[in-house]
Ligand binder design. Structure first.
Ligand SMILES: [Zn+2]
Length: 462
């Protein structure tokens, strides 16, 4: 829909952009062309993964990442750069091993799950298999007492990444359910779509009541071996040794940078990613890509000869991985500034191409989202119109307060091959895909910052 059609729709007051429609399209075309030829995101990502690397919440790498973000935002000309403290329990991984000891000896590729307690020396026990979390929940406690529960659920590969949600409950809640049933430990088939001999870590729930058993993920090929042994009947036993656990509290920081607009003060479009990563890889796709994409897109729009009237904020969130600590702290600290946040959008699904976008805006603003669809047409990114945008994990607590959000849905077909593994490294990122993502985010930023549209607050009953 063109802007002109809004003039007759009775929604005049909220829909006239300060940048006229024709000029908006012209500027956006220029923004997209610039983005598709710009290597800023790649340079940032190369820098983050080389100079910082793994940055699990509370570790020295995490502290280095905060320094990196502050320095790089300043170097890229953000008008204001600051950090806000985020505290959380500090989880430490020391070592892990898992070996099938009966019917024969077979070491497995294993990783402790984030938040897992240690085993306090090796535990050796019979393995009892469950198809998925629901099967574990339905089991009689007597079946499991003293055994190692094994959740065999395999994650399905889907373009939208939805296989993850279907499988991840075994990782997040499984350790607590296994504990209630009397298991001594839990092992899960990695929540990942690859067949590499690399296990996928990831956190157990940070909010589930009760105490978890020690919990670890084995690689998909190792899960196949274990299952084939179990299929033969007879007792299969594993020795598991996890040296890990919580050691007091750590404080990290949400790092925030802002470019001023040329007109309005105090309102802005908010984009970002999470600065922390898991410890096994260098966090290139999760979520170095999101950090680089949103910083580069913001810089590109702020660097135009005439800046759009409203501001641009980039938020790099602390410790998303272990329980969205940064996102929750941000919402708590900024709950009374909801109206300043015109729109939020997180990039946190790697660097795969975007194939559609979703919106979550007030009913009055919804027709105006067709403008964004028109501006994204050159990138072939249609609007899904299902109102299901969630803003990404880190903006979801702000969305829950009524902040409007846009999601760019990326092709996640390959993302869960790497996710939370030692294989999450820079070589997996395609530079042109990264530029494509920057073009989409720059379009969103320019559209929101250049208009006068009020997108929210979104009524909470929706
Ligand atoms: Zn992530």
């Amino acid at each position: 829909m063109k802007i002109s059609s809004f003039l007759f729709s009775g929604l005049l007051a909220i829909h006239i952009p300060v940048v006229p429609a024709s000029e908006m399209q012209e500027q956006v075309t220029r923004v997209q062309e610039t983005a598709l030829a710009d290597n800023t995101a790649w340079e940032l990502l190369e820098s983050l993964t080389t100079e910082v690397g793994p940055r699990m919440g509370g570790t020295p790498g995490d502290a280095l990442a905060v320094q990196w973000a502050l320095e790089n935002m300043k170097a890229h000309g953000f008008d204001r750069v600051w950090k806000e403290p985020v505290s959380f329990p500090y989880w430490v991984r020391v070592s892990e091993s898992a070996t099938i000891v009966s019917p024969r000896n077979q070491p497995m590729a294993v990783t402790a799950l984030g938040g897992s307690p240690g085993t306090d020396g090796p535990v050796r026990a019979e393995v009892i298999r469950f198809a998925d979390l629901a099967a574990l929940e339905a089991a009689e406690p007597g079946q499991i007492e003293g055994k190692i529960a094994f959740i065999a659920k395999r994650m399905q590969r889907e373009k939208d990444g939805s296989g993850y949600g279907a499988a991840v409950g075994g990782r997040t809640r499984g350790p607590f359910v296994a504990a209630k049933k009397g298991a001594v430990a839990l092992i899960i088939r990695s929540v990942g779509t690859d067949n590499e001999r690399l296990p996928h870590t990831g956190t157990i729930s940070s909010t589930e009541p009760g105490r978890p058993v020690p919990a670890a993920a084995i690689s998909n090929p190792d899960a196949d071996i274990l299952e084939a042994m179990l299929d033969r009947g007879g007792e299969v036993s594993v020795e598991l040794a996890l040296d890990c656990g919580f050691e007091g509290e750590a404080t990290s920081y949400n790092v925030i940078g802002e470019y001023d607009g040329s007109g309005d003060t105090g309102t802005f479009v908010a984009v970002g990613g999470h600065l922390d990563s898991w410890d096994l890889g260098t966090g290139a796709v999760d979520d170095g890509a999101g950090v680089a994409i949103t910083m580069a897109a913001a810089k590109l729009v702020a660097g135009l000869p005439v800046r759009p009237r409203r501001g641009i904020r980039v938020v790099l969130f602390a410790n998303e991985e272990q329980g969205v600590y940064g996102g929750k702290a941000y919402a708590q600290a900024h709950a009374d500034q909801l109206a300043s946040h015109l729109m939020g959008s997180e990039s946190d699904l790697g660097s795969g191409r975007i194939y559609q976008f979703r919106s979550f805006v007030s009913p009055e603003a919804e027709p105006a989202v067709a403008e964004l669809e028109e501006l994204l047409e050159a990138l072939n990114i249609p609007w899904s119109r299902d109102r299901q945008a969630w803003g990404g994990a880190d903006f979801s607590p702000m969305r829950a307060l009524g902040m409007p959000v846009i999601d760019f849905n990326q092709d996640a077909s390959a993302y869960f091959d790497l996710h939370h593994t030692a294989n999450d490294t820079l070589d997996k990122v395609d530079a042109s895909d990264l530029r494509f993502n920057v073009a989409a985010f720059a379009t969103l930023i320019y559209w929101v910052a250049g208009s006068e549209i009020t997108f929210g607050p979104v009524p909470l009953e929706r």
